[in-house]
Design a protein around this ligand. Structure first.
Ligand code: THU
Length: 141
């Protein structure tokens, strides 16, 4: 099976773990690290609403916590009550968080409806003229 379909399936497979009792909007992501590892993530909401975290950032946090700090692709799926009827795009904060750990020209952001129904973007197109770690190179500290 090709890698993109595998990544889509991993995201779809994680959707059941989303914790979204407030919005009922379940989201899951599968993040491919440069070393070949895949990290899934789901949205984790909270009774104190702003404390919730998106699926994409959950996946990034899991990956970084296990030593993966360079990514090449992410698959994202989501929908109300876990029904994936549309492509679910990553929010602005998640786009910026992904930006930290990839080459935006090469990073694939894949929106998934089914394992075979996918739409692909480059992060550079979803977050043009972005700010990244290289801007801070040479800063003290
Ligand atoms: N959500 C994500 O997990 N990822 C996104 O990029 C968009 C929004 C979640 C946050 C919240 O739990 C729910 O979707 C509704 O906003």
């Amino acid at each position: 099976m090709d890698e993109k379909k595998m990544l889509a399936q991993k995201a779809l497979g994680a959707l059941g773990f989303a914790y979204a009792p407030y919005s009922k909007f379940r989201v899951a992501a599968a993040l491919l690290a440069e070393d070949g590892r895949v990290f899934t993530g789901v949205n984790v909401e909270n009774a104190s609403y702003p404390a919730g975290i998106c699926a994409e950032r959950t996946a990034v946090s899991k990956a970084v916590s296990e030593g993966a700090v360079s990514f090449t692709a992410i698959a994202i799926c989501g929908g109300k009550d876990g029904k994936v009827t549309d492509y679910c795009a990553p929010c602005g904060i998640c786009r910026q968080v992904l930006r930290e750990f990839c080459n935006p020209e090469k990073m694939t952001v894949m929106l998934v409806k089914t394992a075979d129904d996918r739409k692909e973007f480059r992060l550079a197109d979803l977050l043009p003229e972005s700010f990244g770690p290289e801007f801070l190179e040479g800063e003290p500290g």
